[in-house]
Design a protein around this ligand. Structure first.
Ligand code: ATP
Length: 321
């Protein structure tokens, strides 16, 4: 069975203002306003040069080899034909084994990387909170709050006004006056989280950052994510911790071998995933394959249809591949 989601109008300009979704949606289609992110048949293939030295060399022998064996480029299909729609108010967990394509999906959602096929649409620019999100090591937590707010587009006055909230979410107290290089990785993650969520992002992407906090921080995190959700935002959370996923998410996408394998109830998807990884860890790849195929058969393919006046902005507008 195919689920058809009618949301987009491809006659509208890609550079349409963000407000378009709200302004143009007719009242009878009010439910369509709640769409926040759309992935429409998204694929991503990385092209990397072969590490084999003679294939990179310009010599006569190497040129002959290239004629025989090609250019020496290797293609890595990281994501293949992934489609889903996410509405405001959802916290979407993204799970999958190492190298399955989760981070690639996050990069495509930010719009900083363009898919090699398909398209990602978003009603506003997603804010990415990752383990590598930039903080400046040589200055204090307090200064980093200010820099982070400015980097996310706040004015200096708005950044000042947000300071108390960020300090409270981070729970870092006096440590905010110490240089960041004295922070543990958990403390730095707390600061990143506090900065990213304090600007009330409409779409927040979190890649693993929550796994480093202690129990107290995790409960504060959950409270803050619930608030972000209630403000009509939506959250994507990539994690290897099924406990975190079950605790925080209203829905789970399981990406495996670059394909969307499951999309649904966190308890059910996590159960299939545990069974799959359990078979792999126990050296039963064939049983794992059976779980893979069985789960995939239950996925209802999503088909995105284009309807008038409801097109969100392309997530990747203006950025490079
Ligand atoms: N910049 C890149 N260039 C080439 N290949 C890449 C690049 N980034 C990722 N890949 C490849 O794409 C595939 C998916 O990687 P990705 O980082 O999206 O997986 P992941 O599910 O986030 O993994 P993990 O759980 O280990 O973080 C992997 O095979 C990886 O080697």
């Amino acid at each position: 069975m195919t689920t058809t989601t009618t949301i987009l109008d491809d006659e509208l300009d890609d550079d349409a203002p963000e407000e378009l979704l709200q302004d143009e949606t007719p009242p009878e289609d009010a439910h369509l306003k709640s769409i926040a992110v759309v992935a429409d048949g998204v694929s991503m293939t990385y092209r990397v040069r072969s590490a084999t030295e003679h294939l990179r060399s310009r010599g006569r022998f190497s040129r002959a080899l290239r004629r025989l064996w090609g250019s020496g480029q290797t293609e890595i299909p990281a994501l293949q034909d992934v489609s889903f729609t996410v509405r405001r108010g959802e916290t979407v967990g993204v799970i999958g084994t190492n190298g399955s394509g989760k981070s690639t999906l996050m990069k495509l959602l930010t719009g900083k990387v363009r898919p090699t096929a398909g398209e990602v649409y978003a009603t506003s620019t997603p804010v990415m909170l990752g383990v590598n999100a930039a903080l400046v090591k040589s200055v204090s937590g307090r200064e980093n709050v200010k820099l982070g707010c400015l980097a996310m587009g706040l004015t200096p006055e708005q950044a000042d006004a947000k300071y108390d909230l960020i300090a409270e979410i981070s729970g870092l107290d006096e440590a905010l006056d110490l240089p960041l290089k004295t922070y543990s990785s958990g403390m730095a993650s707390r600061l990143q989280f506090a900065i990213a969520t304090a600007v009330d992002p409409d779409i927040l992407l979190i890649d693993e950052a929550l796994n480093t906090g202690d129990a107290q921080f995790r409960s504060r995190t959950k409270k803050r994510l619930d608030e972000v959700r209630e403000q009509a935002g939506c959250v994507f959370l990539v994690s290897h911790s099924l406990g975190t996923i079950r605790q925080m998410c209203t829905r789970v996408l399981w990406i495996e071998e670059g394909r969307l394998l499951a999309d649904g109830d966190p308890a059910w998807v996590c159960e299939q995933y545990s069974e799959y990884t359990g078979h792999h860890s126990a050296g039963r790849p064939r049983s794992a394959r059976i779980v893979y195929e069985r789960t995939r058969q239950q996925l209802e393919p999503v088909h995105i249809d284009f309807a008038s006046g409801t097109r969100p902005k392309r997530a990747a507008s203006g950025s490079q591949r």
